[in-house]
Design a protein around this ligand. Structure first.
Ligand code: ADP
Length: 447
């Protein structure tokens, strides 16, 4: 069992990890930047250590500073949370070499699944459906043209090291292919230091369906069912729910078992999310694997009763998973609304500043994961997400009603937030029917 965890993150996820440590009866140390010095959650950790100025490159992304903080505070392990260094295989390796348990997968498994080309090759071996496309990295545009002839357009050019939607180009005709490959390669080299790109079939109308999985170091891998995260803007998810509305039980079984097989074959320990796109006939194709805990993990916790963060800490300490696949079932429905400090009426411009009035909703089935308290100043330095409202109810219909009720109780003022937009979405007829695809929100916002 681990004894003292260093939390290499900030905001709501730092607080989420503090809570999991408390529930497990283990100690935790939080790092913080000068921009977060007043953050109230720091008082809930056993210790808090300043690791540098506001800019993440000098604090939350600084490997030497984080390792030094873990050393001076006597931690035995490091939790990366999400974002920042969470998917940096080099960081996972440095943690191990410095004798800290990295709470997540081995750096080898992270590198294997984090590279989209090797992940896709691994998926093919594990009989997980992938988009038809090139076998590996494209060396010569002629290869991509051959692929185009075989499987037809549109295609998408993607970077092996891609993230945040960078290094991607949709290509509709053969003539566009060579220039798109050139541009994507340049963009990927500049952004990720790895210019490898590949092509695959582009799906016009897709839902985003992802499967929560968790493995241990004893060769076990269990899935915790799927989430639908189709309500997104510029590849940023805004609403997530579990289970996916309208998914055929047979397809659910297929997609969830595929995801579990993939991480089992990768000898993966810890929490991961296997992301898929699903077409209108509910055929699914692997998108990528996120080798960390995700923002939207709470909806899965609500429907399965599994504490994903605590389980991740336990398996990192060497314990086997405390449950088997047959122990996991779906109970009701859960929806998460991301509350961002942004102004939807001004193209989602960030809206940092001091929160003078703050009231969190409550009642049965209502959970707020947030580090915000009245008087909290939202720094302009980091991601704009300030709270997650997670609502659980016996059915999707009841869950939507309860989400509306909870949103109506919430006050975060005077800054701008996405609360009003969530209210509108809960009344939207397509959303109510569960008929969202990944372009649904952008279409709605254009109206
Ligand atoms: P990143 O790691 O940059 O986020 P992903 O592989 O997760 O890249 O893809 C990001 C988004 O790009 C997807 O959510 C989807 O909207 C779109 N996309 C990626 N691949 C395809 C595809 N084959 N067909 C259609 N859309 C795709």
């Amino acid at each position: 069992m681990l004894k003292r965890v260093l939390i290499a993150n900030r905001g709501e996820i730092a607080l989420r990890i503090i809570r999991a440590c408390r529930d497990l009866g283990i100690e935790c140390v939080c790092v913080f930047s000068e921009a977060d010095a007043e953050a109230p959650y720091l008082k809930l950790a056993d210790k808090a250590v300043c690791i540098g100025p506001g800019p993440a490159s000098q604090s939350y992304l600084s490997i030497p500073r984080i390792i030094a903080a873990a050393e001076i505070t006597g931690c035995d392990s490091i939790h990366p949370g999400y974002g920042f260094l969470a998917e940096n295989a080099h960081f996972a390796e440095v943690c191990k070499d410095s004798n800290f348990v990295f709470i997540g997968p081995s750096h080898e498994a992270m590198a294997l699944l984090g590279d989209k080309i090797s992940c896709k090759q691994m998926a093919r071996k594990a009989k997980v459906p992938v988009f038809p496309g090139s076998d590996g990295a494209i060396e010569d545009p002629e290869e991509a043209i051959e692929v185009g002839k075989k499987i037809g357009f549109p295609l998408i050019v993607k970077a092996a090291a891609g993230g945040g939607g960078r290094g991607m180009r949709v290509v509709r005709t053969e003539a566009e292919l060579a220039p798109a490959i050139k541009q994507a390669t340049q963009e990927a080299s500049a952004a990720f230091g790895n210019g490898a790109v590949y092509v695959e079939k582009f799906l016009e109308h897709a839902r985003h369906v992802e499967v929560q999985v968790i493995g241990d170091s004893h060769g076990n891998a269990v899935h915790l069912y799927e989430r639908d995260c189709s309500t997104q803007r510029r590849h940023q998810k805004l609403i997530e729910e579990a289970p996916g509305p309208g998914i055929d039980p047979k397809k659910r079984d297929d997609v969830c078992k595929s995801a579990a097989r993939l991480i089992k074959n990768a000898a993966y320990s810890g929490a991961a999310t296997v992301e898929f796109l699903m077409d209108e006939k509910q055929n699914f194709y692997l998108l990528e694997v996120n080798t960390r805990v995700q923002v939207e993990h709470p909806v899965t916790e609500m429907i399965t009763g599994v504490d994903i963060v605590a389980t991740g800490i336990r398996v990192a300490g060497g314990e086997p998973l405390p449950f088997k696949q047959k122990d996991i079932s779906i109970n009701g429905h859960a929806i998460e609304c991301r509350i961002n400090a942004e102004n939807p009426d001004r193209n989602f411009a960030p809206s940092p500043g001091t929160i003078e009035q703050f009231a969190a909703p409550g009642g049965l089935g209502v959970r707020m994961d947030t580090h915000v308290v009245p008087g909290y100043r939202v720094p302009p330095t980091y991601d704009s997400m300030i709270a997650k409202l997670i609502v659980h109810a016996p059915t999707r219909e009841a869950c939507i009603r309860r989400t509306k009720r909870a949103l109506s109780e919430m006050r975060i003022e005077p800054i701008h937030t996405t609360i009003g937009l969530h209210m509108q979405l809960m009344d939207n007829s397509s959303f109510k029917k569960g008929g969202m695809d990944i372009h649904f929100l952008e279409r709605l916002l254009k109206k």
